[in-house]
Design a protein around this ligand. Structure first.
Ligand code: NDP
Ligand code: MG
Length: 381
């Protein structure tokens, strides 16, 4: 039995994780969970999954839960995320919280030698070197949940990592893949939230539209698989059937295919090294799909991908600054305070003026993250 600590239970990945737990009650249980502000959904989850520890973002919500569920252990805030991640009865952390706020709880769970199923890519972008070093030191496995990284992982199973020539990340291209640069000027939040293939949380859907999501994933791949940026390519593949590929020295290319359903990579991260059946999954019907398409990315039309390669190659705190600038800018776009293309402008200005520090420690990373959000706030005002 795997006992899971689930961060971000009320979100898109969190809910799909709960679907998997429900489908495999012999294998998985929810020992502890953390939500943000959605207390009503959290109550439903408590009734259905009976966790022993629950964290809410605010103290007020935590108190309300305590009243309604007197048996339940309750915590809150950023310490609450750490409490849930390190809960003694759990052996796996599934981190599906949004943004770099997931970093400290991930590090804390690694130090408790828990397996880390990670959806929270911002953690790997902002502090990948710390996470991987600690994971190695404590022997905590890092299991990717992101579909591309799960595909790379599955395509490398049993292979010698030294034979890998290139990682090829596929990208749907997001909501605006057919728009010209001029057309991108006037796009709305509603249009940006309308992803052609995947149903996801708001922030990652915007990241997909700017291609920053693919940029974050390039960095995530470099961190997880120790690849140099020259050996990671991005290919637009509008059907989202091939989730990513690995090319080997002998010119063979291995790929993982499937329908666009995050529950498959979530389940794989939880069940690894086993594969469990998925009776509710839509099966892949290639004859029905007929054709798969591929094209190169236009780095001029979508500038965020280039920013991510640049930050990745530089290394250091510029990764934290770029990620925090993106989180803040996307938040402002969602609140209609800036336009879609201004997301790029904000990130570019932050990166141009950033004083880069190599090999930052946790304290430095947290300080840069906080400072960058303040800078962006000032810019937008
Ligand atoms: P959502 O916005 O749907 O969910 C985010 C979750 O985090 C919610 O449960 C939210 O709580 C919680 N949360 C947000 N802020 C806080 C906080 N300060 N304290 C505690 N909890 C908080 O996001 P997604 O599920 O889409 O994405 C989660 C992560 O997974 C991201 O890093 C994303 O990049 C990654 N990912 C997502 C994919 C997807 O298909 N959705 C695919 C691959 C990766 P509440 O709602 O209660 O406020
Ligand atoms: Mg992905």
């Amino acid at each position: 039995m795997k006992s899971i600590s689930l961060l971000g239970a009320t979100g898109s990945i969190g809910q799909q994780t709960l679907d998997i737990v429900k489908d495999h009650q012999e294998e998985f249980e929810i020992a502890a969970l953390a939500s943000g502000k959605n207390i009503e959904k959290t109550k439903e989850i408590i009734r259905e999954f009976s966790p022993k520890l629950v964290s809410m973002q605010s103290e007020e919500d935590a108190r309300a839960l305590s009243k309604e569920f007197p048996e339940l252990e309750v915590t809150h805030g950023s310490q609450g995320l750490i409490d849930v991640a390190t809960y003694s009865d759990s052996n796996v952390l599934l981190n599906a919280v949004l943004g770099s706020i997931g970093l400290e709880s991930t590090l804390a769970a690694i130090r408790q030698k828990k397996a880390i199923a990670i959806a929270n890519k911002e953690t790997l972008v902002t502090a990948g070197h710390l996470v991987m070093a600690e994971a190695k030191k404590y022997g905590a496995p890092i299991l990717p949940v992101d579909s591309e990284h799960s595909a790379l992982w599955q395509s490398m199973n049993g292979e010698n990592p030294k034979s890998v020539e290139r990682l090829i990340l596929t990208a749907s291209g997001g909501s605006f893949r057919d728009k010209t640069r001029e057309e991108l000027e006037g796009v709305t939040v509603k249009q940006a939230l309308n992803h052609p293939n995947w149903s996801m949380g708001a922030k990652i859907t915007i990241d997909s539209a700017t291609l920053m999501n693919k940029g974050l994933e390039v960095i995530e791949a470099a961190v997880l698989y120790g690849m140099s940026y020259d050996k990671i390519d991005v290919l637009i593949h509008r059907e989202s059937i091939i989730h990513s590929m690995v090319e080997y020295h002998d010119s063979s290319v291995m790929a993982q295919l499937g329908t666009a359903d995050m529950r498959t990579p979530i389940q794989y991260a939880l069940s690894y090294p086993e594969r469990l059946p998925r009776s509710t999954a839509e099966r892949l019907d290639l004859a029905k799909i007929g054709q798969l398409h591929f094209e190169n990315v236009d780095f001029d039309r979508f500038r965020c991908l280039g920013f991510a390669y640049e930050a990745g190659r530089m290394g250091g705190t510029i990764l934290t600054a770029m990620n925090a600038a993106n989180e803040a800018a996307v938040g402002s776009f969602l609140q209609e305070k800036i336009t879609f293309l201004q997301i790029e402008d904000v990130i570019e200005r932050v990166m141009q003026t950033h004083d880069n520090v190599q090999n930052p420690d946790l304290e430095t990373i947290l300080a840069v993250d906080k400072e960058t959000r303040k800078i962006v706030e000032g810019m937008i005002k």
